[in-house]
Design a protein around this ligand. Structure first.
Ligand code: NGQ
Ligand code: ZN
Length: 459
């Protein structure tokens, strides 16, 4: 439908676009103040139109610890005992121990730039590095959160800030370890942190602030109960059942497994995102799917840390919603998260096309669409290319050899399983082109400051 063109409107013309309503050809998007104001399909390009290949809706990255980008590749050397998630965590604690707000800003800016280049247009930052070196609280509870907001602003990515409540080191309110003191606060200070985070986040267009009890290890049952009021109307994220030791410790504490315990003790619904619900029984899988909560899956990190495989096939078959996250940011790439999600199931079940929605359906298109929808829902945002939504778009290069001769769903199969991120040409946020030819416009400066920060941390 044509609408009156106003000055300040920007028009993007795509040969093909995956709209919320389905695939379309010759698509003119009119963008007004960052929002899609009109969509014409089967349109004739006009001389001034900015013409591109294939438009995909931007993907939400529903789980990130931005600071961990700085230690990518630093925990791949074998230690004195069996290496595991828990020995990795010791390395991570040492790395984070010396990080200043300026370092966090520089490292997060690079992570967010790479997210945009890798096909993500919004990030859910699960942020728990709250205090100064040594653990003393800053005067401003949002000192470190402000560094995250500044990094998001600089890169241009949309932000759902998830300040984390972290109080204990293990089930049953065990006292924190020395290495955790930069994360730790009580529920009163946490309420002040959320209030302060709301104030700093308003500087960003479309920012959302959610709440995030770190895990059943790090918050008590009483604290979780008390969060219901603070979290009303907000996304709620929690790490849940990533490691078998975590499941065993939860059973020892409560007689129940983590997902089972949470579903019985909290009003888990579509506002919730359960990150790493890796270890579930068939019954937990079914119940989580029916709850409407989003499963936050981070296949690259879960592989890197040796977590195990999420029962994705059964969860999707039961109608469960999921999205993907880059978590430890050891490698940032939306297509690779989706590819590894599907490949994990193929290796486990020795089958193919495990997550496609039925006979004749495209695996790439089904998992891409599901992750756009689930990721946006988990981050309290709208996903998909539709009138009234932010113009957050990933543009694929239709001249890429892997995409040759493909149309519609087959483009997503080729993007996810063959080309990967090399097919990404441009990325727009609110209609503004942040990435061209696969490179972020501020790459040089952000990389320079990242390298300087790593130099300071290594010194
Ligand atoms: C985190 N990361 O909070 O950064 C965690 C490790 C923990 C992952 N779970 C720390 N992947 O869970 O105690
Ligand atoms: Zn995490």
């Amino acid at each position: 439908m044509a609408t009156l063109h106003r000055t300040g409107d920007r028009v993007l013309f795509f040969d093909r676009a995956m709209l919320a309503s389905g695939w379309a050809r010759d698509v003119r998007l009119t963008i007004r103040s960052g929002i899609i104001a009109a969509i014409e399909t089967g349109a004739a390009p006009r001389p001034d139109d900015d013409r591109h290949g294939c438009a995909l809706p931007g993907m939400a990255n529903l789980h990130s610890h931005a600071f961990q980008r700085g230690m990518a590749g630093l925990a791949e050397r074998r230690g004195p005992s069996d290496d595991s998630f828990w020995t990795w965590r010791e390395v991570m604690y040492r790395f984070v121990g010396r990080m200043t707000p300026e370092d966090l800003h520089a490292i997060a800016a690079l992570a967010y730039l790479e997210m945009l280049e890798g096909g993500f247009t919004r990030v859910g930052e699960f942020h728990y590095l709250h205090h100064d070196i040594g653990g003393a609280a800053f005067g401003d509870p949002a000192e470190m959160s402000s560094a995250i907001v500044a990094a998001a602003q600089e890169s241009g990515i949309a932000l759902t800030l998830l300040p984390v409540l972290y109080s204990h080191s293990g089930f049953g309110a065990q006292p924190p370890q020395a290495a955790q003191l930069r994360f730790v606060m009580d529920s009163d200070r946490y309420a002040r942190l959320i209030e302060a985070a709301d104030k700093v986040a308003v500087a960003l267009p479309d920012a959302v602030v959610g709440i995030a009890p770190h895990s059943l290890r790090a918050v008590s049952a009483e604290q979780l109960d008390a969060l219901a009021e603070l979290g009303a109307g907000r996304p709620v994220h929690i790490h849940i059942a990533e490691q078998v030791k975590e499941v065993a410790d939860c059973v020892a504490w409560s007689g129940q497994r983590p997902v089972e315990w949470l579903l019985d003790h909290a009003a888990v619904d579509k506002r919730w995102c359960l990150v790493h619900a890796t270890h579930m029984t068939p019954d937990e899988t079914e119940r989580l799917a029916k709850s409407g909560a989003v499963a936050g899956l981070c296949p690259i990190t879960e592989a890197n840390l040796g977590d195990g495989l999420f029962p994705a096939e059964a969860f999707v078959a039961a109608g469960g919603r999921f999205g993907v996250g880059s978590d430890s940011n050891v490698l940032i790439d939306a297509s690779e998260e989706l590819r590894l999600l599907e490949y994990g199931q193929r290796l486990l079940h020795r089958g193919r096309n495990m997550l496609a929605g039925g006979e004749g359906r495209s695996t790439g298109a089904d998992i891409y669409a599901a992750a756009v929808d689930g990721g946006a829902a988990a981050l309290g945002a709208a996903g998909g290319l539709r009138i009234g939504a932010a113009a957050d778009i990933v543009g694929l290069d239709l001249g890429h050899p892997s995409l040759a001769g493909k149309a519609d769903d087959a483009l997503l199969d080729a993007y996810i399983f063959a080309a990967g991120r090399s097919a990404i040409d441009d990325v727009w946020r609110r209609g503004e082109r942040l990435v061209s030819g696969g490179r972020h416009r501020d790459r040089a400066g952000i990389v320079r400051r990242y390298i300087a920060a790593l130099g300071r941390l290594a010194a």
